[in-house]
Design a protein around this ligand. Structure first.
Ligand SMILES: [Zn+2]
Ligand SMILES: [Zn+2]
Length: 156
């Protein structure tokens, strides 16, 4: 029985590796489990304005893969549109993640999960770029067709 139990937990650990994330001050902590559905860079005006940076490095996870382990009461939420519920820490102002209910994914900012090996595969909303990135990855003008965009791509 003990042998079976340890085999099962080993199998689970292989299937679902977890990574630790936190806000800037550490009051809010969370884990992401498994692998994201997609990773890349978003150049849109909303991401730039919200992040106060030239580009947002995103990783998209199923909502159930993201679990807040500490400081849930410290999380603030703002939704300018019903597409994006942006979350941050009310103590330090550090950003955490954005829920996208329409797409059924949560964008966990790569910078908040340093243990996770971030591997961007795509650029989106490149028509709005303020920072050209010549990395050879596909550059979608807006969004891929399967996410409601035109699917058109642009040169770097
Ligand atoms: Zn904080
Ligand atoms: Zn964006």
């Amino acid at each position: 029985m003990e042998a079976i139990d340890s085999k099962q937990s080993a199998a689970r650990a292989v299937e679902a590796k977890s990574y630790n994330g936190s806000c800037f001050c550490g009051a809010v902590q969370f884990t992401v489990t498994g692998e994201p559905a997609a990773m890349g860079y978003c150049h849109c005006e909303s991401c730039r304005h919200w992040s106060a940076g030239p580009v947002n490095a995103f990783s998209l996870w199923k909502p159930e893969a993201v679990r807040v382990t500490k400081g849930a009461d410290r999380i603030g939420t703002y939704n300018k549109t019903p597409k994006s519920y942006r979350k941050w820490c009310k103590t330090c102002g550090g950003h955490l993640f954005t829920e996208h209910p329409g797409w059924g994914v949560t964008d966990v900012y790569a910078a908040t999960i340093p243990d996770f090996a971030y591997q961007p595969g795509v650029h989106v909303n490149y028509q709005d770029t303020r920072l050209r990135m010549k990395d050879g990855l596909p550059k979608f003008k807006d969004m891929p067709a399967e996410m409601g965009g035109s699917g058109a791509t642009l040169a770097e």
